[in-house]
Design a protein around this ligand. Structure first.
Ligand code: MN
Length: 259
C-alpha cells in the first residue's frame, strides 16, 4: 500500500510527522505538503501563479518528501498529477492540530486536501485532534494507521471519504468511537474590533458554538469524549424544497427578458 500524506499546518508540523512515522509501519509513505501553515484555506487551489516544489529532507528517514509553495489542495493535485510516479492507494491529511467539525469542514484546509484525493477516486481521510497543542497526537496516528489498513484490506466497492476527530484525551479516557453526521454548527466566526494607534483593524475570531446538541453529530460526540468518524460525500445538492424552487424559478426567464 502507498499512502500520500499531506496537511494544512505546513510541512514542519509535528502532527504530520507523527502520522508519517506510524504509517510507515504498514505502508510506503510519500509526503507532499504546503511549505507553510494554511489552516482555514479550505479547498482553495492556485490558478494565477506558478507552483514551486522542492524536494526536502524528511523527518522520518527514507520518506519521499516534497514541499509545495501552494495550498493543501494544490499539494494533493500536484502529488497525484505528476510528482509521485507510482500508484497511490490513499490520501491522509493531518494530523491537524485543532478540530474540524460541523460547518468548519467547508473551510478546513485539512479536509480540503483530502477532498482532492477523494475527487480523484481514492479513499481519503482527514484527521484532527481537538486541541491546538495536543499531547495525544500519537493516538490519532495509530487510529489513522488502523483505518488505513482496514480500508485497504476491505476491498471496498467504492472509495470513501472520512473526517475523523479525536478528543484531546489519553486513550483510557476516551469513551467510544461514534459514526456521526456533521453538526449544523461550527466555530462561529465573530468579529473583534480594535485600534492599533493608526488605523482600525478587525479580527475574525473563532468562538465555540454549542448550538447543536443532537446526539448523532460530530460536535456532540467530541463534547462527550468520543472519537468522531463522519463519512463525507461531495454532492452538495439539497433534496428539499422543490416547491420553493418552483416558486422562485418558474417565471424567471420571462422576468429576466422583461427586466
Ligand atoms: Mn490546520
Amino acid at each position: 500500500m502507498k499512502i500520500l500524506v499531506t496537511n494544512d499546518d505546513g510541512i514542519f508540523a509535528r502532527g504530520l510527522w507523527i502520522l508519517v512515522k506510524e504509517l510507515t509501519r504498514i505502508a510506503q509513505v510519500v509526503v507532499v505538503a504546503p511549505d507553510r501553515e494554511q489552516s482555514a484555506i479550505g479547498t482553495a487551489v492556485t490558478l494565477h501563479q506558478p507552483l514551486r516544489v522542492q524536494k526536502v529532507r524528511p523527518e522520518v528517514p527514507e520518506v519521499e518528501t516534497y514541499s509545495v509553495e501552494g495550498t493543501p489542495a494544490d499539494s494533493v493535485i500536484l502529488a497525484l498529477g505528476t510528482l509521485v510516479k507510482s500508484k497511490i492507494d490513499m490520501v491522509i491529511s493531518g494530523i491537524n492540530q485543532g478540530p474540524n467539525l460541523g460547518y468548519d469542514v467547508l473551510i478546513s484546509g485539512t479536509v480540503g486536501a483530502a477532498l482532492q484525493g477523494y475527487l480523484r477516486g481514492l479513499s481519503a481521510l482527514a484527521i484532527s485532534v481537538d486541541a491546538v497543542d495536543s499531547p495525544h497526537l500519537d493516538n490519532a496516528a495509530k487510529l489513522a494507521t488502523l483505518l488505513a489498513k482496514k480500508v485497504n484490506s476491505n476491498n471496498l466497492s467504492t472509495n470513501i471519504f472520512l473526517n475523523v476527530n479525536l478528543p484531546n484525551l489519553p486513550l483510557a479516557k476516551i469513551r467510544g468511537i461514534k459514526v456521526t453526521r456533521l453538526a449544523s454548527a461550527g466555530y462561529a466566526g465573530t468579529v473583534e474590533e480594535g485600534y492599533d494607534g493608526r488605523r482600525k483593524y478587525y479580527w475574525l475570531v473563532h468562538q465555540k458554538a454549542n448550538k447543536d446538541a443532537d446526539k448523532k453529530t460530530d460536535i456532540w460526540a467530541i463534547a462527550q469524549d468520543n472519537i468522531s468518524i463522519t463519512p463525507l460525500r461531495t454532492n452538495l445538492l439539497s433534496k428539499s424544497s422543490s416547491i420553493i424552487m418552483n416558486s422562485l424559478c418558474s417565471d424567471l426567464l420571462r422576468e429576466l427578458q422583461e427586466y
